[in-house]
Design a protein around this ligand. Structure first.
Ligand SMILES: [Zn+2]
Length: 250
């Protein structure tokens, strides 16, 4: 199984290449590309949220505990003294950081349903819906958001699968085939519910027609493929630029 650093690097690399390709189409603004990249990166860490040792989960619960504590203070701040508020904030923090975290760990098995392809699809579709209904994104933008998150999740699952091949002895470790899974055989009901949720969310999502048309658009494809490799020289103009700088400096 790949570690946190490998997942972060893999997700950043794939998401970065995809985001750059998207930018080359000339159809999206620069700031949106950064957002898509971030979603791909988050997707690369998401399948491990069921692991109690996962660094992002620990950080997420920590932040949630602090933020929830402050939200509660804003809600009841007028009524109590400072001493009472500090006690309330601490109680809220401990309840979430330890109580809720322990509960979450008890009910999720690492490499269970969350660590699977249908769960990745579910995360992607939730992102599509959130972007479309919550943030007022267009159908194309919403599907791009969901696709980046989904792609990040797939990179995570593939990396875990690759790491289950012992490259030195070319042997397969016991974990081979468990990372890139389509559902857990130990939890058939859970897997069925997961697939039903994916179908339900797909029907709730905006039409993917503009997104598919965008991907299949020959003009868009040509703009990216034309720039896959340099036309004449690699880094054309870069040496001239360096010469000008060195002459100016001397
Ligand atoms: Zn994993």
């Amino acid at each position: 199984m790949a570690d946190f650093k490998t997942h972060a690097m893999g997700a950043a690399l794939v998401s970065g290449v995809l985001a750059t390709g998207l930018f080359m189409t000339g159809e999206v603004v620069r700031s949106a590309v950064v957002g898509y990249f971030a979603l791909g990166f988050i997707g690369g860490l998401l399948p491990d949220i069921d692991s109690s040792h996962s660094i992002p989960v620990r950080i997420a619960f920590h932040i949630l505990a602090v933020v929830a504590g402050f939200l509660m203070l804003f809600a009841v701040g007028q009524r109590y003294s400072l001493a009472e508020l500090v006690i309330l904030w601490l109680a809220c923090y401990i309840l979430i950081r330890h109580g809720l975290f322990t509960l979450f760990n008890r009910f999720t098995v690492h490499r269970g349903l969350i660590h699977s392809v249908p769960a990745a699809a579910l995360f992607g579709l939730v992102t599509v819906l959130l972007a479309y209904r919550g943030f007022g994104a267009s159908a194309l933008q919403a599907w791009l958001c969901g696709s980046f998150l989904f792609a990040g999740c797939l990179v995570h699952l593939l990396l875990d699968e690759l790491y289950s091949v012992n490259l030195q002895g070319m042997r397969l470790k016991n974990s081979f085939g468990t990372a890139f899974s389509f559902g857990s055989p130990h939890n058939r009901l859970g897997a069925l519910l997961l697939y039903l949720a994916v179908i339900g969310l797909f029907y709730l999502s905006p039409s993917a027609k503009t997104f598919v048309a965008f991907l299949l658009d020959h003009d868009v494809q040509r703009r990216v493929f034309n720039r896959l490799l340099p036309g004449h020289d690699w880094f054309a103009g870069f040496l001239t630029f360096c010469n000008i700088v060195s002459v100016r400096l001397s």
